[in-house]
Design a protein around this ligand. Sequence first.
Ligand code: PMP
Length: 407
Amino acid sequence: MLDALALRAQFPGLSGSANGKPFVYLDSAATTQKPLAVIERMDYFLRNEYGTVHRGLYARSVRSTQLYEDARATVARFLNAEVDEVVYTMGTTDAINLVAWSWGRAHLKKGDRVLVTGMEHHANIVPWQITAEITGAELVACPLLDDGSLDEEAFDRLCDERVKLVGLVHIANSLGTINPVQRLAARAKRHGALVLVDAAQSAPHLPLDVKTLGCDFLAFSGHKVYGPTGIGVLWGRRDVLASMPPWRGGGEMIEKVTFERTTFAKPPARFEAGTPPITEAIGLAAALEWLMALGLANIAATEHALYTYAEARLAEVPDLVRYGQAPQRSSVLAFNLALPGAHAADVSSLLDMQGIAIRAGHHCAQPVMARFGVPATARASLGVYTTRDDIDRLVEGLLKARTMLAM
Ligand code: PMP
C-alpha cells in the first residue's frame, strides 16, 4: 500500500489554500497535479539539454534527440509495447482523431460500422461521426445497464461482421465503470474488427499491457498520468500502423519530397509532422518512470481501498444519489444532491467556497447524462495523493452544502 500523505510532499500544487481554506483537490480525472520528479526534470531539460530533435548535427541536438527517443522507449515499457509502435500525439483526443482520420478514411466504407460503448467520452464519439459522414460508415453505440456497466448481451448482438472497429473506454470518466476490455476485444476479434482502447482514465490507475488487453490501438494523455499537457500517446500494432496513410503533412514525416511526389517515413515518424513537443515528451517519460517506480498494481490496490472508503462515507450524506455502480469501478465518484433546484454546479460552487475542488457538468459524456436522465453530475475523482482526510472534507462539505441548498 502507498502512503498518500507522504506522496503529497512531492506535489507543490497541492499545498496552500483555496478560498481561505486548505486546498482539497478532487479533480484528478480532469487533470492531475505534477510531482517534483516531473517539474524538476522538465526544468533541468530546458535549462541544460534543450535543443531541436532529429535535425541538428551538433551535440545539443543529438542529446535532445536521444532523450526524446529514450522517452519513447519508456512509454513502450509502460505499455509492454514495441518502441516503433509508440506515436506521440497531443493527447487522447488527438490520438483518436489520428486513427479516425487516417485508418478510418483508408479502411471504412458504406455498410461498415464502428461500434462504441454508450459511456464513451466525446473524444471517442465525435471523430468517428466526422469520419462516418465522409466514408458512409455508421457509428453504433452499445447500451448501458442501469448500474452503469456495459450491456454485454447487446454488445455480443451488435458486434457482427459489419463492425470494422470497436472503440472502448477502459475506465469511464463519467461513471468510473471499468470495462472488461480483454473479453470485449476477444469478442470483437471473432469478426476481425480492430479494437481501440481509450485509456485516458485507466493509464494513471491500472497496470496496462497492450499484449494482454488484445487491442490494436490504445490512447492516453500525459496530463492525466502526472505528466505535462500537450503530449499524449497513440500506441498502434505495428502492421496496422504500417497500413495507415499520413494524416498531417509537413516536416519529419517524409522520406523524400519533390514537387511531383512525396514518399513518407515509416511509423511512428509518419504520424509526427512538425517539431514535436520535445520538453513534454521528456516530462511524460519522467512521469511514467515515477508511476512505474510506485508500481501500478500498488496504486490500483491503494486507490481501491480509498474508493471503498469514499463510497461508504458518501452513503452517509442524505439525498445523495450516486451514478455508476458497476461491479468493477474505480477512481471516479459521480453524484447529485436530489434536492429541488440543486444543480451539480451549485454543489461544486458551495464546495469551492470550502476549498474543495470537484468537477460539475456533463464531463464530455452527454450520452451518459441522457442515459441517466440528468443534465449534469458532480464528480469527485481520486489520485495517488488523495487521502482519507480529503474524503472526510468532501463529506463534511457536502453536508454543509446540503443544508444551504435545502434552505
Ligand atoms: N477519454 C476519456 C475517458 C477522458 O476522460 C478524457 C479527458 N477527460 C479524454 C478521453 C480526452 O483526453 P484529452 O482531453 O487529454 O485529449
